[in-house]
Design a protein around this ligand. Sequence first.
Ligand code: SF4
Length: 365
Amino acid sequence: MSSVLDGFRDPEVAKRLVDAIHATATVPCKLMEVCGTHTMAIAKHGLRGLMPETITLLSGPGCPVCVTANPDIDLAIEIARQPGVVLATFGDMMKVPGSYSSLSGEKADGRDVRIVYSPLDSLTIAEKEPDKHVVFLGVGFETTAPTVALTIREAARRELPNWSALSLHKTVPEALRALVNDPEVQITGFILPGHVSTIIGTEPYEFLAREYGVPSVITGFEPVDVLQGVWMLSKQLAEGRAEVEIAYGRGVDAEGNPTAVAAMEAAFEPVDAEWRGIGVIPGTGLALRPEFAQYDARVRVPCTPPEPREIKGCQCGDVLRGVTLPFDCKLFGKGCTPEHPIGPCMVSSEGSCAAYYRYTDYGKE
Ligand code: SF4
């Protein structure tokens, strides 16, 4: 049975786009995808190998699990260690190593850490187990933050006394500014994330073109989507233009989703956030607003994690900035594999190292 997505995997269409890219991209450029799903799609479909020599495709900080810094993971672990606490989170976070441990390690040691499939599931746990305090660990970009925002509002509506959220959410656009300003990276264009852009639209990225003259294209996740995005970037560069364009019209409006943005802004306020490999970026974290303090785990379960430390030899930080390829890390495929990950980029299903490891024959250059 044919699917609506078949056209976005059509080899003939893909070939025409690859030919167009080769004809257009005559000057060397570095294009960075800022979405873990793009990273996986590029590796899985061997798109890197289809590029002309002029184009370098780099993976950026698009995996929310990967950019969560050690001190934040350490805090989640310390909260899970507090008596009476149930820490609920998505499965992706379980194996991510912090400075000394991981949530799955804590679970093995008897802490009450549970995987949920929706933030609302954590409210159900809190209702069913009133003698426990349930902390939902929220990690993700603008794509997931609105859902957690609505869960906070729902907890308030139900007047749940034993539930709170640890928000490690981050917002994407200002991280792109940090990358453009990083002299080691030197990005020529961005392949922008489809899902995040569904929420925020095009306006938050306009500064890339306006202030830095860097073109960008919002794309979807099928091979033809990504190739079309690369072709549109090549065209902008060849024509000396710098704009924010949409190659994913079936998923993204220029205005985004104002209802989701409003929900997010009602529950959260911007704070400085530490990004793994990039450092602290002002205003890119999302903290619960003071009026929701009784649902803020930082207020409800105060604790101090141990002094953080970086994992020796792990180059996740450089991989996330696009200055090191996963293959260049000495631990890649030796000490560090998806079964025994040393850094988050090998743990997450959207991590660059996991993508390169899984699709080595396609991704290796
Ligand atoms: S291979 Fe492992 S240790 Fe090296 S950068 Fe990737 S995740 Fe980190």
